[in-house]
Design a protein around this ligand. Structure first.
Ligand SMILES: Cc1cc2nc3c(=O)[nH]c(=O)nc-3n(C[C@H](O)[C@H](O)[C@H](O)COP(=O)(O)OP(=O)(O)OC[C@H]3O[C@@H](n4cnc5c(N)ncnc54)[C@H](O)[C@@H]3O)c2cc1C
Length: 420
């Protein structure tokens, strides 16, 4: 495949000229006065929405407005785990659609997103957890999704680094494995969608913060921004951890709380772990990046916040879970850690719908797990905005489910405990 959409010949030519003449991958346009659709937030979800609006629905009079730089939010901060091992009706087929889009994404965008299907193992440490894993795996298989229940010996073979000794604090009984799961290069996903959207003529406008909405008789007809007012027939929010903040500007109260989630990366090592592994007795999950760093994370910080920085108690919790699972990590040097702001919905499942306010559409509530959803989230949100009704894959992701008590409670049933 061509590298990032350019031929090998171009790569050599640019190398010989000192890499000074690469064309820009997307334009840097001034905002127009008016668009058909404005998407707020140039993270993976916003950019994917714009791309599919043009590609699937022929709507390219679109602007994506970003308060910082594109991909600077959770898109560029997550631990990049992609899987479709969900169990609740509503989630199962949606995440599998996402998986299928991932499987063709590098070709579709002509941009290498480094999607690596290296399998995920959710470890089980009791008979009850094995039962729950079997139930989840069976649900997946009944929906045509790959799943395998591994016994202790199979796990030992796949992940030799685990503590399988007799005195392990949390003995490993087995694991639920999804072989097609894996990781992708997070910022390449944002860049690939950005270039794709731009090539359809969509304006991506960075350093443009939305500060309010233009309203007439309740209907929204545009946004106020730090670069002036911009009108639009439809406005879609894809702002991840800031969803409730933006909705409040439209006087809409959402069943969402924002929390910080941290991630960590170690010094680079030779190949050590060639799958994704989640601990079943505490909050810890780990994979190895192509650069060699071990990438890992754990639970949310325990307080609400819009600040993109974490706190020390979680560092201690994550490290102690990691050491209980893989004691040899104790000699590892940690390189850096960072935080991102999660929009935690009350049932652990997302919201992709028309809002009760005319002209306003919402994509949010992704909790720990929206990176894997990026392609399907954009695909379904584009459908919802273009057609003014949900696709059947996102028809359960309504706001009204919280009023009706019809929650999609994946939170209690997620692979224990890793929702990532
Ligand atoms: C540490 C960590 C680990 C994670 N691990 C995983 C994982 O392994 N797998 C997984 O599936 N998910 C994971 N997630 C979750 C995932 O990253 C998010 O659910 C997903 O990226 C959210 O969608 P997004 O990419 O569009 O968000 P973002 O990239 O955050 O995009 C939202 C954008 O909106 C912009 N914005 C906000 N307010 C405004 C405004 N007023 N005006 C204009 N722009 C605005 C922001 O600047 C931001 O760029 C993780 C998250 C974190 C933080």
């Amino acid at each position: 495949m061509a590298i990032s959409g350019y031929s090998g010949f171009q790569l050599v030519r640019h190398a010989l000229t000192g890499h000074k003449n690469w064309p820009k991958a997307w334009r840097d346009p001034e905002p127009k006065e008016r668009y058909g659709v404005i998407i707020v937030g140039a993270g993976g979800h916003g950019l994917a929405t714009a791309y599919y609006l043009a590609k699937e629905h022929g709507i390219s009079n679109v602007a994506v407005l970003e308060k910082g730089y594109l991909g600077g939010g959770n898109t560029g901060r997550n631990t990049t785990i992609v899987r479709s091992n969900y169990m609740m009706p509503g989630n199962t087929l949606f995440y599998e659609k996402s998986m299928q889009l991932w499987e063709g994404l590098s070709m579709d965008l002509n941009y290498n997103v480094m999607f690596s299907q290296r399998a995920i193992l959710n470890l089980c440490h009791s008979d009850a957890q094995m039962d729950a894993a079997a139930m989840r795996g069976n649900t997946m298989r009944l929906n045509g999704i790959d799943a395998e229940l591994l016994d202790r010996n199979q796990v030992r073979e796949m992940v030799p680094l685990l503590d399988m000794s007799d005195n392990a604090r949390f003995p490993v009984y087995g694991a639920l494995c999804q072989p097609r799961a894996g990781t992708a290069r997070h910022d390449a996903v944002a860049w690939g969608y950005a270039r794709g959207a731009d090539s359809y003529g969509i304006d991506i406008i960075q350093n443009c913060e939305v500060t309010g909405f233009l309203r007439d008789n309740g209907r929204i007809y545009g946004v106020q921004t730090t670069r002036g007012d911009i009108r639009a027939d439809k406005v879609g929010l894809a702002v991840a951890g800031h969803t409730s903040h933006l909705a409040a500007m439209a006087e809409l109260r959402l069943p969402i709380e924002s929390h910080v989630l941290q991630a960590f990366v170690s010094e680079p090592l030779k190949p050590l772990i060639d799958t994704v592994v989640t601990f079943g007795a505490g909050h810890f999950y780990i994979s190895q990046s192509d650069k060699g760093g071990l990438v890992f994370g754990g639970d949310l910080d325990g307080y609400n916040s819009y600040a993109q920085r974490g706190s020390l108690p979680i560092v201690e919790d994550v490290i102690s879970c990691g050491l209980a699972m893989m004691p040899s990590l104790s000699r590892l040097k940690m390189l850096r850690h960072w935080g991102g702001v999660m929009d935690m919905s009350m049932d652990g499942s997302p919201i992709i719908c028309k809002s009760p306010i005319d002209g306003l559409y919402i994509n949010g509530g992704w909790c720990y797990g929206g990176f894997k959803a990026t392609p399907a989230s954009g695909w379904c949100f584009a459908h919802t905005i273009a057609q003014d009704r949900p696709h059947e894959l996102n028809e359960k992701f309504t706001l009204s489910r919280f009023e009706r008590g019809d929650q999609i409670d994946e939170k209690g049933a997620g692979p224990v405990p890793g929702h990532h």
